[in-house]
Design a protein around this ligand. Structure first.
Ligand code: 6R9
Length: 660
């Protein structure tokens, strides 16, 4: 079929027949039922106006959406609120001051429980401290912190005084800090001496010092003492958090800001080019973060113990550690360190210790746990869990089923939540009390959200077809622009298809109309005229019992245009068995993909590797694997978690590719 050109935008190869009904007990008590879809469908703006009333407004909005100047939206524009008041004070005023807001678990094993009353005092003091350092409404503050409660306090203190925060992930370099501080013109940087990572203190302040040697405009650096490491000190500029914050009053009157007042800027690393400063504002963002956290996790704040394992430096940490859960008065766990310190059961030990009921993590972590083996979670009591979430990448059906069985004990619904830094909050996801879930599918747009799949000509694809994911109506937590670059905002998201938001992801609709995310469109492979998604081939590989993780890329090929090259990580036992001789296994894996998806998707080469290149938020970087597969010099590796991974992979490349 060499040169047959398919008229599909994206082939639909994978069939998944497994279905899991929502647990009856959960469905009977669910926060949100199927009626929400109907209600939102009949009156979308009325639906969101009602969700906005979950918040406490100083001035209730009378307008819902102003879309008179697309794509620049205004939500609840005549309303006024204080985001920090909504996340903290109002719970204390409601008599819930003694409820634990954050169970902090440090990597070395230290722990602290912080109640809503304590959080209110700490946020108030930090707000006064920022004001004393000269931070005013409308200013920007950069935050470069480990995963400690002060990171959340810092963000809320900014929100409280109307300064936008720009959190820079604590694993990023001085270059990244400098670029972000400069782009946002930050006045203050909040950091720590360091944090604990992989069993030892890991310094943070030196990177801030280095960055500030290169950019101007930062007046003060506020430093939390976490590790007690020695730090260089710039007199007049640097201030210890404990010295300035502790002496402030715990009484602070929150000012109400316009719903469209900037709340934060978060830079998406992006695969190429200058990072984009994604701007989020207050009222619409908080409405959707709070609503989705309530609906998708079925949060019962009186009894649930919620844990999101993301870092505060990513949007998941913003929306589902800080703003959504705290707006809902949740009790949550916050963990500082890595999943394998001091042992590979650390996450399950934490679930057991705090009685975690709702767990939100990423496919990359789930696949790592699969690789480490079923026996590790089996040693812990995970019976408190009742809802499991996934975010960050498409979750392979096999990883989904593993998560359900080995972590969820076969009883917990899994919510696979699709969204982006740009969308601010969840957009496509099952509802745990409503949806019969399908392993690997994010399924339906949430109530009040309009998403679909279109072909190259912007025509909606029929059920069973594949193409591009688009969002067809504005939503409350949508990005408002790219900081300082409205034109880039329009060009990047609103120009590929007229009048709709293009997310950059490939997707398909199955025969029931449910949506399956198929990876970034930049990664789609073109094999003999067929557009084949990375996700489907990777999922077919992961469905083989010997494979824990897979990444596939299209490499230039004389006969087929591109040929599929697969990099696989074997599961613990399989890696040991295959030691030395992988030829038989490679042949078996190629056949397995061929049998699962059809001959067109059979990889030309399969390379077992020990690690895959990932971004710091755990997403596979296929671009670098493409460089390897095409024997090119490696592109930019600075966003890699571990740059030695690439030399290991290159060293493993056999001279002669396996052929049919
Ligand atoms: C929240 C977050 C956004 C990109 C997005 C997509 C991928 C996220 C996903 C998913 C399939 C899911 N993605 N969740 N793909 N299924 N449930 O991750 O934001 O870091 O901006 O990344 O991540 O490709 O476009 P962000």
């Amino acid at each position: 079929m060499g040169d047959v050109v398919s008229n599909e935008s994206l082939a639909n190869l994978l069939k998944e027949e497994r279905r899991f009904a929502p647990p009856a007990e959960l469905a009977a008590q669910a926060n949100v039922t199927a009626a929400a879809y109907e209600q939102a469908a009949s009156d979308r703006l009325g639906f969101w106006a009602e969700q906005a009333r979950r918040l406490s407004w100083a001035t209730e909005p009378t307008e819902t959406l102003d879309w008179s100047n697309p794509p620049f939206a205004k939500w609840f524009a005549d309303g006024k609120l204080n985001v920090a008041y909504n996340c903290v004070d109002r719970h204390v005023e409601a008599g819930l001051g003694d409820r634990v807001a954050i169970h902090f678990e440090g990597e070395p094993g230290d722990s602290r429980a912080i109640t809503y009353a304590q959080l209110k005092d700490e946020v108030s003091r930090a707000a006064h401290a920022l004001a004393e350092l000269g931070v005013r409404k409308g200013d920007r503050v950069a935050v470069y912190m480990p995963m400690i409660p002060e990171a959340a306090v810092a963000m809320l203190a900014c929100a409280r005084i109307g300064a936008a925060h720009s959190v820079v992930f604590g694993g990023f370099s001085a270059d990244a800090i400098a670029a972000r501080v400069q782009d946002a013109d930050a006045k203050v940087v909040i950091t720590a001496d360091g944090g604990y990572r992989r069993g030892k203190p890991s310094a943070l302040k030196p990177a801030v010092d280095e960055a500030l040697g290169r950019v101007e405009g930062v007046e003060h650096v506020l430093v939390v003492r976490r590790t007690g490491q020695d730090v260089a000190w710039t007199e007049g500029r640097d201030v210890w958090w404990h010295e300035i914050v502790e002496r402030q009053s715990a009484e602070h009157t929150p000012e109400a800001f316009d719903a469209e007042h900037p709340l934060f800027i978060l830079y998406t690393s992006g695969t190429t080019g200058k990072p984009k400063g994604i701007l989020h504002t207050s009222g619409g963002y908080l409405t959707q973060a709070a609503y989705t956290h309530h609906a998708v996790f079925d949060l019962k704040p009186e009894t649930d113990v919620y844990w999101c394992t993301a870092d505060i430096g990513w949007v998941t940490g913003h929306s589902y550690i800080v703003y959504g859960p705290l707006a809902n008065g949740a009790t949550q766990v916050m963990y500082e360190g890595t999943p394998d310190t001091p042992h590979q059961g650390r996450f399950w030990e934490i679930v057991q210790k705090y009685g975690v009921t709702i767990l939100y993590t990423a496919p990359t972590a789930i696949r790592t746990f699969m690789k480490w083996g079923d026996d590790i979670p089996a040693k812990f009591d995970l019976s408190s869990l009742r809802v499991l979430g996934s975010v960050g990448e498409p979750i392979n059906p096999e990883a989904w089923v593993w998560y359900r069985e080995n972590i969820g004990g076969g009883r917990c619904p899994i919510v696979d939540t699709w969204w982006q830094t740009e969308t601010g909050a969840m957009m496509i996801s099952p509802l745990p009390g409503v949806t019969a879930t399908k392993p690997g599918s994010a399924q339906r747009p949430l109530p009040g959200i309009s998403a679909t799949v279109v072909d190259d000509e912007a025509r909606e694809v029929p059920d069973g077809g594949g193409g591009y994911l688009v969002l067809t109506e504005p939503w409350p937590s949508m990005l408002r622009t790219i900081w300082g670059d409205d034109q880039r905002f329009v060009d990047t998201y609103w120009s590929r298809f007229e009048g709709v938001y293009f997310a950059g992801d490939g997707a398909k609709k199955d025969d029931d109309g449910d949506i399956w995310l198929l990876g970034r469109v930049d990664d789609v492979m073109l094999v003999s005229g067929h557009n084949i998604s990375t996700t489907e081939v990777e999922s077919a590989l992961v469905s083989h019992p010997k494979v824990a993780e897979a990444a596939v890329v299209g490499a230039a090929d004389e006969t087929t245009g591109q040929a599929i090259v697969a990099f696989v990580i074997l599961r613990g036992h399989a890696a040991a068995e295959a030691e030395g001789d992988t030829d038989a296994l490679v042949a078996a894996l190629r056949d397995h993909v061929g049998a699962t998806l059809g001959p067109i998707a059979k990889p030309k080469r399969v390379l077992p590797v020990a690690e895959l290149p990932k971004t710091r938020s755990g997403k596979i970087m296929r671009r670098l694997l493409r460089d390897v597969a095409e024997n090119r010099e490696l592109g930019d590796v600075t966003t890699l978690t571990d740059s030695s991974v690439m030399s290991l992979i290159q060293a493993k490349l056999p001279a002669a590719p396996s052929e049919d």
